[in-house]
Design a protein. Structure first.
Length: 278
């Protein structure tokens, strides 16, 4: 949630390039029609420290290694990343999304850059052990004075007869009105895809906030959250539940957990989901 220089896109929808890695590890053998997902704001590789430009390469390397170890331990099929850097001057000049995909032996990844400028590229992304298809990134309308936000979405085969969409999103951290507009853009883009949907990410909003962006998106797209009425914290500095996994009504949670690993200023959220007709 740190402030960054004001480099912006306008509203834009672009294809998200998908990179694959031959010989990467396969997904854990789970019951047909089930999926494990994990969401994490990776904070540009700075962990829970101050701005990434002030961190050493050794600290960044250790942080990315710990994140990769977390992914290996939890075994998610799909990971949603936020504040995920491409090659950027303030975080080592290499793509953190590709690095995490390789370290944790994911078979492919998609990266959507919502902020781009000289020596700066970052946004949201997906890591997957399943083949990704129909992927694109959407950058929300400009939201001065805050930096651009957006989401990356792709389709995965839950099993041989079920395709679902999985999206990783990051909403504005400063103003509820901006988050409301961003949610409306998500609805306009995602609703026509007409697939079961998982949306995960840093909403910068709690369920009980006035004009909650989480509630707005859930109501508009027919999504459900796991126990939204129970107090929880995914952002320890505020003691607030800012990170969410929402699923279509055709899907159900078999597991939902906020992990305690301190690899970012946000805590990871993991969930096992399944189709209800299984």
């Amino acid at each position: 949630m740190a402030w960054v220089p004001p480099v912006f896109h306008g509203s834009a929808r672009t294809a998200a390039s998908i990179r694959s890695f031959p010989g990467a590890s396969q997904r854990v053998d789970r019951r047909a029609g089930t999926l494990r997902v994990l969401s994490l704001n990776v904070a540009h590789g700075r962990a829970d420290r101050s701005h990434q430009l002030l961190q050493t390469s050794r600290h960044r390397e250790r942080t990315l290694a710990r994140i990769a170890a977390l992914f290996e331990r939890e075994g998610p099929d799909v990971v949603g990343l936020q504040e995920a850097d491409g090659p950027s001057f303030w975080s080592g000049g290499f793509c953190h999304v590709e690095s995490l995909a390789r370290r944790s032996r994911f078979s492919c990844f998609a990266h959507g850059a919502h902020v781009e400028g000289p020596g700066l590229r970052y946004g949201t992304g997906l890591l997957s052990r399943l083949e990704l298809a129909d992927a694109f990134a959407c950058t929300f309308d400009r939201s001065l004075p805050t930096p651009a936000k957006g989401f990356t979405v792709a389709a995965v085969h839950l099993d041989e007869r079920t395709v679902i969409d999985v999206a990783s999103v990051h909403l504005d951290f400063l103003r509820p009105a901006v988050r409301a507009r961003q949610v409306q853009q998500m609805v306009e883009v995602l609703a026509p895809r007409r697939r079961p949907l998982v949306v995960m990410g840093d909403f910068n909003a709690d369920w009980h906030d006035e004009s909650s962006a989480v509630q707005r998106l859930a109501a508009a797209l027919g999504l459900v959250a796991h126990a939204p009425e129970i107090p929880a914290s995914t952002f320890p500095s505020f003691g607030a539940r800012l990170d969410w996994i929402l699923v279509s009504s055709q899907l159900a949670f078999d597991r939902h957990e906020v992990l305690t690993d301190v690899v970012s200023d946000h805590l990871p959220v993991v969930a096992d989901i399944r189709m209800l007709d299984r």
